[in-house]
Write a protein that binds this ligand. Structure first.
Ligand code: F0G
Length: 482
């Protein structure tokens, strides 16, 4: 991507790629969208994709591959053991991260399973800038707990802070002093911090965390799933890094870490995962779990075709014109929404655009799931599928008490190289219409609430007939338009 100025003065993000394979989309009429949303129990995870116009649920496993990636898939070596395809991936990871020991997995959470099984024991603690759902689940499953130490500005929805994913170093020292270094399983830093809006941390912050880890002999683990966005922001926003290449910044990140793991559903635009480390001892302790849970050491549950595409995808991540596509489209969307007075997380981060549902729907109490209601209403208004990232995504306390989330967000992911600017403009327009009609939107209540992972499987219903009123207003304003 590059940003160009139009003759009239407007600046827009311009794609530095062309589209050579297309997939037909379908936009059902608003009445059908209302029915589909109710058939899905007002849960966007339960929608059928044929009913979805723009799928902004996630950027996981749905980024567009390049021609080079697709071409590489044809030369895959599918031998069970000792595959040349795997050797190519191993060499690329060693080259980029400078770490010798590599373990492949079928996706990111599989790395978390192995890391937690080996490093976490009952009573241990994992300090981190912020949790991701699967990370926290694996740590607690192994008897550990987490401490979230994101700097204060990380939880401020509206901010101009360039690195909202930074860890608060004083808090890290306090947690170590409080629990004792021997109780710390490892320290985890998440690049492009997902649940607070795809917010990056700075290279300086990682160096500061490293120093504290060195003082106490602690292992520093980097979750690099959203590394591409974080690399781009470090180059853009960190004065000391503006003349470094993406490759150099990558190596700096790696040199400061002991273990790097990633979801290749995000990093590398394929479907898979992997772990890289410097310690032979740690490698030997984790190695045995790969054939047990994933597959043999030279494929780790990934298809060999995906592995070939991953090797190319990792190299393409070093190209600034490639990795800036997400952040520039997201910035365009966030800034346009902000200009229209619509509450969004600022500054624009990676992954997607995050709408602050608590403010957008400030008449809906958290007990009626404003972010879930917004996801439901936006699908009805536009055929766009987003993801609730708020109280619905939390779990009740054992006694049934609701845990209200810090933030009530509707995440609209922008998978890389998938949408065009006119589609993004459509999304902005329909969000604005919904904002102007926000008082019509009401809350949701559960009709079926599973005990675990309720956001995946739970079903809800509107508290009133607000959805019918929303459809009537849509018809009034848009006539017979889709
Ligand atoms: N770490 C981070 C930061 C993630 O965002 C994810 C996945 C994982 C680990 C787990 O990786 O899905 O390959 O097992 N995030 C997806 C999302 C699910 O939609 O944001 P995985």
């Amino acid at each position: 991507m590059t940003t160009v100025k139009f003759y009239g003065g407007e600046a827009i993000p311009l794609e530095m790629h062309k589209v050579r394979i297309v997939q037909k989309l379908h936009l059902p009429p608003v009445e059908r969208r209302l029915e589909a949303m109710n058939e899905a129990g007002n849960n966007t995870f339960l929608l059928q994709n044929v009913e979805v116009f723009m799928d902004m649920l996630t950027d996981s496993g749905v980024n567009a591959m390049s021609d080079q990636q697709l071409a590489a898939m044809m030369i895959a070596d599918d031998s069970y053991a000792g595959s040349a395809t795997y050797t190519r991936l191993e060499s690329k990871l060693r080259e980029l991260f400078g770490m010798h020991y590599i373990l492949p997995t079928h996706q990111g959470r599989a790395c978390e399973n192995i890391l937690a099984q080996v490093l976490v024991s009952p009573g241990t603690v994992v300090p981190m800038n912020y949790h991701f759902t699967t990370t926290k689940a694996h740590i607690t499953l192994n008897g550990g707990s987490i401490e979230e130490l994101v700097a204060e500005e990380g939880l401020e929805v509206v901010s101009v802070h360039p690195f909202k994913g930074n860890m608060d170093i004083a808090k890290l020292r306090a947690v170590i002093a409080n629990h004792g270094a021997t109780q710390i399983a490892f320290v985890r830093m998440e690049a492009g911090t997902n649940l607070i809006g795809g917010q990056p941390f700075s290279l300086q912050n990682l160096a500061d965390v490293r120093q504290v880890c060195d003082e106490h002999g602690l292992l520093l683990v980097l979750d690099a799933s959203l590394l591409a966005d974080n690399l781009y922001f470090v180059k853009e926003r960190e004065e000391a890094c503006k003349d470094m290449s993406i490759r150099e910044i990558t190596r700096r990140f790696a040199d400061l870490s002991d273990v790097i793991y990633f979801s290749a559903r995000k990093l590398g635009c394929v479907r898979g995962g992997g772990m890289c480390m410097r310690s032979e001892d740690l490698y030997r302790r984790m190695r045995g779990l790969v054939p047990l849970y994933e597959g043999f050491l030279t494929y780790g549950g990934m298809s060999v075709r995906e592995i070939e595409a991953l090797t190319v995808g990792l190299e393409e991540t070093m190209d600034e014109d490639m990795i800036n596509q997400g952040p520039l489209f997201i910035a365009y969307m966030v800034e346009e929404l902000e200009r229209r007075g619509i509450p969004v997380i600022t500054p624009a981060g990676g992954l997607g655009c995050h709408i602050n549902a608590l403010k957008f729907l400030d008449h809906i109490p958290q007990s009626e799931y404003p972010a879930g209601a917004l996801a439901s209403a936006l699908y009805i208004a536009s055929g766009i599928r987003g993801m609730e990232r708020g109280t619905l995504s939390e779990q009740r306390e054992p006694d049934g008490t609701e845990v209200f989330a810090n933030m009530e967000l509707l995440r609209l992911a922008l998978p890389r190289r998938v949408f065009t600017l006119s589609q993004v403009k459509y999304a902005i327009d329909r969000i604005q219409w919904l904002y102007d009609n926000r008082r019509l939107v009401g809350g949701l209540v559960f009709t079926e609430e599973p005990e675990i992972l309720r956001f995946f499987f739970g079903r809800l219903t509107p508290v009133s007939n607000w959805q019918q009123e929303l459809v009537a207003k849509f018809r009034q304003d848009f006539g017979d338009s889709l």
